[in-house]
Write a protein that binds this ligand. Sequence first.
Ligand code: A3P
Length: 297
Amino acid sequence: PSEKGWLVSQMYQYEGSWHTKAMLQGIVNCQKHFEAKDSDIILATIPKSGTTWLKALLFALIHQNKFPVSGNHPLLATNPHVPYLEGDYCVSPDVSFSKLPSPRLMQTHLTHHSLPVSIKSSSCKIVYCCRNPKDVFVSLWHFGKKLAPQETADYPIEKAVEAFCQGKFIGGPFWDHVLEYWYESRKNPNKVLFVTYEELKKQTGDMVKRMAEFLGCGFTAEEEVSEIVKLCSFESLSSLEVNRQWKLPNGIETNAFFRKGETGGWRDTLSESLADVIDRTTEEKFGGSGLNYLLFF
Ligand code: A3P
């Protein structure tokens, strides 16, 4: 197990990646029992990469006919609509997703190699979102402080960067998580769509259209695209009452999934030398993958 510190709870390695103890049983249950349908859509991320945003965008997008983006859209009233696969399986091995509107949209932080077999063998689609590792680190750093102020108060950021670079992060190592999905998306572009938080910020509408095309949802009017972009914007989602009172599995109410929602915000938290430590790890791990250009700017 890892030490506690900024990670809030101790982490354990399973199939090469790090997870909280509570999550281990959920992962095993999910691997054993989850049966993917061909029509399913799986959103895969490492935490703090934009999961909350993508959950909303994909939900609004795939249900645009059932729930027009006007008036009483379900995203405005209740949360979450998108089950966290291994999280739901922590509660019981007997999970039913029958109440989900079709196509079912589900979220996971599992590495590609740890996904339940049926996700890989069925024709379901995977959308993977990756984010600049320095922003991911900084986002989790602040998340930990909100969630467990006492445990994290005296933990030095230098140690947290070191732990991050050693891969101690939910689902981590970060770089291995990203690379697996990156190579899968190259190998099988009809199965895995690889997007970045940075591209989403820069050209949200175009990315919504790209996701619509990948998922086979018809999209015509520019107006619908901009309505979805507006509904799922940081400003819109973070001000919703339902999102301010998000309940974590441990019962804590938090709005911690919304902080700044920016790219390059790591500069406010990381010194040059700590940023360099993460950059060096990224260069080493991503070297030759063609991924660097997406994340360094
Ligand atoms: P910051 O901490 O950098 O602000 P996740 O959902 O994977 O846990 O990621 C959380 C990060 O996404 C946080 O980043 C959060 O502010 C940002 N985020 C949440 N909703 C967003 C939205 N609608 N648009 C852009 N960023 C969003």
